[in-house]
Unconditional design. Structure first.
Length: 174
């Protein structure tokens, strides 16, 4: 059972039930996350906006991101050996929104991309991109955690600030 006291929440130690979905969303909304677009080669290519990207290990180099297995991009990610992760700048909210929109050709709507290693789409104008070899997919609830090792990458303007997402809104570093 979740007990609320002012602005704090605690879970009684004798109750191992989970918070409800709405409470979980509200709690996680307090966390600011960097925004990336993950792309995968294919006909057509696939891509989606994510805030779950993180570094996992230096030795060996590993990164991860998560994707709902019901997402339209999941079939491409489920079978991909190579993905690209693009770190967006605070000037690329439109790119984030494009790749978060379902039911459209995201690559036609965006336009600024080219084929990279293994045919993976690379987006122009990003803060950085990493081309990664997928090493494992781990089921986790309704999502899968994708672990990948970077094989190449590049970065753009060192002074560019990253795009953030917090409390349901895209944000910039002040």
């Amino acid at each position: 059972m979740v007990l609320q006291s002012g602005d704090t929440m605690t879970v009684r130690s004798d109750d191992l039930s989970t918070v409800d979905e709405l409470t979980f969303r509200r709690l996680m909304g307090r966390h600011a996350a960097g925004v990336v677009v993950v792309t995968v080669a294919g006909e057509p290519p696939a891509g989606f906006t994510a805030t779950s990207f993180t570094s996992v290990s230096l030795r060996p180099p590993l990164v991860s991101f998560c994707l709902d297995r019901r997402a339209s991009s999941w079939p491409a990610v489920a079978s991909a050996r190579t993905v690209a992760v693009h770190v967006l700048s605070d000037r690329q909210e439109r790119v984030a929104r494009t790749f978060a929109t379902s039911g459209i050709d995201r690559f036609a709507a965006h336009g600024d991309w080219y084929h990279g290693p293994d045919g993976v789409p690379l987006l122009g104008g990003v803060v950085a991109h990493l081309v990664c070899r997928v090493v494992r997919r781990v089921p986790a609830g309704d999502h899968s955690i994708v672990l990948a090792t970077p094989v190449t990458g590049a970065h753009g303007d060192d002074g560019a600030a990253p795009l953030l997402y917090q409390a349901g809104t895209y944000r910039e570093i002040a």
